[in-house]
Design a protein around this ligand. Structure first.
Ligand code: IPM
Ligand code: MG
Length: 401
């Protein structure tokens, strides 16, 4: 064997393995989706994972709010809020697993999961190469839809992003190859069923919530095969929704238009591949008031996870500012969770309380620093707002302003 050939052979062997897995996965996800009917559960189990950094702080406040909001259901045994331990970076490094097996077993016993941010070791950080817990949970439980609503009522902005959540650059993100010491290779995967199920969900959401438009975002002019398949699938799926307008944008100009005050309110439902969705939803959240204000739903057929869209903010902890973290993101995630499990009225109530506390009235301001309110004070503010019998009237008055 020539010395130059060896690295190719090893890389090709690994690529063959990856392709085999992906072909099998494509077949698996191509089967019709059987959704869990939450209304038929005798008891709903909500798992709560604190995570790392500011995670336990914001998840404590969110849990307190949920316990208050669901106190009747909890008392009668219809709902259980169950804390799951062990998904911390220390423990994950100790067992050298992105998702320790005992944690997976505990998650499997729940119907939905509320999850604080978890730390992802970066290449070169000195920590071992462990995959992001988010990405592992999304993949293991096949949570294919990442739904991220962004609202700025004063500017007429009401967007819902449907980010494909399992494929793209993410699915093999920890399995790239150094083909030679100087040649790095990563992979981007798109599948027809994977693209179809997220695009269909976006269109169905538009229909169900009477929204007028779906925008499909790709870079299909350059990334021709994978983004091309995504766009081609969108064209096909759109035919099943004749009442819903749709348009297509390239990610670069779409990103620009999100900060164009004249044009951006025309966007409505947006569906896009994984990495583009990751990036633009941070941008959109920043426009709404910061990544600390946005929640995120990771939805699969039988299970769903709800989380903040931001990370564990280790810098806040290092600087001793953890208690000033904004719990709004995870509370917004809880709103989505309640809606997902069919607790529509409770979801609306919590959503309105958060609008009052976080957007309209803002008696307390979270700045992430000592000059702002603490997460605990904000939790109290939300709980007292929830207790107000005039909550709906208060919210409506603000909405009209
Ligand atoms: C998100 C986060 C994650 C992602 C990270 C923590 C792996 O940025 O949920 O958007 O990239 O998906
Ligand atoms: Mg992100």
């Amino acid at each position: 064997m020539s010395p130059r050939k060896a690295p190719y052979d090893s890389a090709l062997g690994q690529i063959r393995e990856l392709l085999k897995e992906q072909v099998e996965r494509t077949e698996r996800i191509g089967k019709p989706i059987k959704w869990l009917d939450y209304a038929r559960l005798e008891k709903l189990i909500i798992g709560v994972i604190g995570g790392d950094g500011i995670g336990p702080i914001i998840s404590r406040e969110t849990t307190r709010v949920l316990q208050e909001l669901l106190k009747d259901e909890i008392r009668s045994g219809k709902i259980e809020i169950r804390e799951i331990k062990g998904l911390t970076i220390e423990n994950r490094i100790k067992v050298m697993k992105s998702l320790p097996e005992d944690v997976v077993a505990e998650i499997e016993k729940c119907h939905v999961l509320l999850k604080g941010p978890t730390t992802t070791p970066e290449e070169g950080s000195g920590m071992p190469n462990i995959e992001s817990a988010n990405i592992s949970i999304r993949r293991v439980f096949d949570l294919f839809a990442n739904v991220r609503p962004i609202r700025i009522p004063k500017q007429g902005i009401d967007w819902v992003f449907f980010r494909e959540n399992t494929e793209g650059e993410y699915i093999l993100g920890s399995r790239g190859l150094m083909v030679t010491p100087d040649l790095a290779l990563d992979f981007k995967i798109a599948t027809r069923p994977g693209s179809e199920r997220i695009i269909r969900l976006a269109f169905e959401h538009a229909r169900k919530t009477r929204r007028k438009k779906v925008t499909v975002v790709t870079k299909a002019n350059v990334v021709k095969t994978t983004d091309g398949l995504f766009l081609e699938t969108a064209k096909k799926v759109s035919k099943d929704f004749p009442g819903i307008e749709w348009d297509e944008w390239y990610i670069d100009v779409f990103t620009a238009k999100l900060i164009d005050e004249k044009r951006r309110r025309e966007f409505d439902v947006v569906v896009l591949p994984n990495l583009y969705g990751d990036i633009v939803t941070d941008e959109a959240a920043e426009l709404q008031g910061g990544v600390g204000t946005a929640g995120s739903a990771n939805i699969g057929a039988r299970f769903a996870m709800f989380e903040a869209i931001h990370g564990s903010a280790p810098r806040m902890i290092a600087e001793g500012r953890g208690q000033y973290a904004d719990p709004l993101s995870l509370m917004r995630a809880a709103v989505m969770m309640l809606e997902h499990v069919g607790k529509v009225e409770k979801s609306r109530r919590l959503g309105r309380a958060l609008d009052i506390c976080g957007i309209f009235e803002r008696k307390l301001r979270i700045t992430g620093r000592r000059d702002g309110a603490t997460a605990g004070q904000f939790g109290d503010y939300v709980i007292s707002t929830l207790a107000d019998p005039r909550l709906d009237a208060r919210w409506q008055a603000y909405e009209k302003m």
